[in-house]
Design a protein around this ligand. Sequence first.
Ligand SMILES: [Zn+2]
Length: 112
Amino acid sequence: MLYCTDCKRLVEGPVCSHCGRRKLRAPLDADFCMVAELKFPEAEMLKELYADNGIVCTERSVLGAGITVKLGMNLERMRLYVPYNRFEEAEQLKQAFFDGEAVLMPDDEIPS
Ligand SMILES: [Zn+2]
Protein backbone atom coordinates (compact mmCIF):
# COMPACT_ATOMS: atom_id res chain seq x y z
CA MET A 1 0.00 0.00 0.00
CA LEU A 2 1.39 3.39 -1.05
CA TYR A 3 0.36 6.94 -0.29
CA CYS A 4 -0.38 9.73 -2.77
CA THR A 5 0.48 13.06 -1.18
CA ASP A 6 -1.62 14.93 -3.75
CA CYS A 7 -4.88 13.07 -3.20
CA LYS A 8 -4.17 12.06 0.40
CA ARG A 9 -5.29 8.56 -0.46
CA LEU A 10 -3.89 5.10 0.01
CA VAL A 11 -3.45 3.47 -3.36
CA GLU A 12 -2.47 0.07 -4.67
CA GLY A 13 0.35 -0.21 -7.14
CA PRO A 14 2.97 2.19 -8.44
CA VAL A 15 0.63 4.82 -9.95
CA CYS A 16 -2.16 6.74 -8.21
CA SER A 17 -5.41 5.63 -9.83
CA HIS A 18 -7.02 8.97 -9.00
CA CYS A 19 -4.56 11.56 -10.27
CA GLY A 20 -1.99 9.49 -12.16
CA ARG A 21 0.86 10.58 -9.91
CA ARG A 22 3.84 8.24 -10.10
CA LYS A 23 5.83 9.54 -7.16
CA LEU A 24 4.18 7.61 -4.38
CA ARG A 25 5.72 6.79 -1.04
CA ALA A 26 5.06 4.50 1.85
CA PRO A 27 2.48 5.98 4.23
CA LEU A 28 3.65 7.43 7.54
CA ASP A 29 1.65 7.12 10.75
CA ALA A 30 0.72 10.80 10.73
CA ASP A 31 -0.34 10.98 7.07
CA PHE A 32 -3.98 11.86 6.69
CA CYS A 33 -5.67 9.38 4.39
CA MET A 34 -9.08 9.70 2.81
CA VAL A 35 -11.40 7.20 4.42
CA ALA A 36 -14.77 8.26 3.01
CA GLU A 37 -16.63 10.63 0.75
CA LEU A 38 -20.13 11.21 2.01
CA LYS A 39 -23.09 13.51 1.88
CA PHE A 40 -22.83 16.24 4.46
CA PRO A 41 -25.24 14.85 7.12
CA GLU A 42 -23.65 11.39 6.98
CA ALA A 43 -20.18 12.85 7.11
CA GLU A 44 -21.12 14.74 10.26
CA MET A 45 -22.39 11.54 11.88
CA LEU A 46 -19.33 9.53 10.97
CA LYS A 47 -17.10 12.33 12.22
CA GLU A 48 -18.85 12.17 15.56
CA LEU A 49 -18.36 8.41 15.69
CA TYR A 50 -14.64 8.89 15.07
CA ALA A 51 -14.47 11.55 17.76
CA ASP A 52 -16.13 9.17 20.22
CA ASN A 53 -13.43 6.63 19.41
CA GLY A 54 -10.63 9.14 19.80
CA ILE A 55 -9.73 9.25 16.12
CA VAL A 56 -8.61 12.62 14.83
CA CYS A 57 -10.51 13.36 11.66
CA THR A 58 -10.27 16.23 9.22
CA GLU A 59 -12.75 17.05 6.51
CA ARG A 60 -12.70 18.78 3.19
CA SER A 61 -15.59 20.00 1.16
CA VAL A 62 -15.83 18.50 -2.32
CA LEU A 63 -17.98 21.14 -3.95
CA GLY A 64 -16.60 24.20 -2.23
CA ALA A 65 -18.35 26.88 -0.25
CA GLY A 66 -19.58 28.90 -3.24
CA ILE A 67 -21.61 26.04 -4.69
CA THR A 68 -22.89 24.97 -1.29
CA VAL A 69 -24.42 28.40 -0.77
CA LYS A 70 -26.41 27.96 -3.99
CA LEU A 71 -27.44 24.33 -3.57
CA GLY A 72 -27.72 24.02 0.17
CA MET A 73 -25.71 22.11 2.72
CA ASN A 74 -27.52 18.79 2.25
CA LEU A 75 -26.16 18.41 -1.26
CA GLU A 76 -22.64 19.08 -0.10
CA ARG A 77 -20.25 16.17 -0.09
CA MET A 78 -17.44 15.90 2.41
CA ARG A 79 -14.25 13.92 2.32
CA LEU A 80 -13.04 12.63 5.65
CA TYR A 81 -9.39 12.01 6.41
CA VAL A 82 -7.84 10.12 9.31
CA PRO A 83 -4.20 9.49 10.22
CA TYR A 84 -2.73 6.38 8.65
CA ASN A 85 -2.11 4.72 12.03
CA ARG A 86 -5.88 4.82 12.72
CA PHE A 87 -6.98 4.15 9.15
CA GLU A 88 -7.87 0.50 9.58
CA GLU A 89 -9.88 1.24 12.68
CA ALA A 90 -11.63 4.09 10.87
CA GLU A 91 -12.46 1.73 7.99
CA GLN A 92 -14.04 -0.74 10.37
CA LEU A 93 -16.05 1.97 12.10
CA LYS A 94 -17.24 3.21 8.73
CA GLN A 95 -18.29 -0.31 7.81
CA ALA A 96 -20.16 -0.70 11.07
CA PHE A 97 -21.73 2.71 10.59
CA PHE A 98 -23.19 1.71 7.23
CA ASP A 99 -24.26 -1.69 8.49
CA GLY A 100 -26.20 0.18 11.16
CA GLU A 101 -24.30 -1.52 13.94
CA ALA A 102 -21.97 1.26 14.94
CA VAL A 103 -20.84 0.64 18.46
CA LEU A 104 -19.51 3.54 20.44
CA MET A 105 -16.41 3.00 22.53
CA PRO A 106 -15.49 -0.63 21.78
CA ASP A 107 -13.74 -2.24 24.74
CA ASP A 108 -11.54 -4.55 22.69
CA GLU A 109 -8.78 -2.04 22.14
CA ILE A 110 -6.23 -3.07 19.55
CA PRO A 111 -2.79 -2.93 21.18
CA SER A 112 -0.44 -0.67 19.26
ZN1 LIG B 1 -3.23 10.92 -6.42
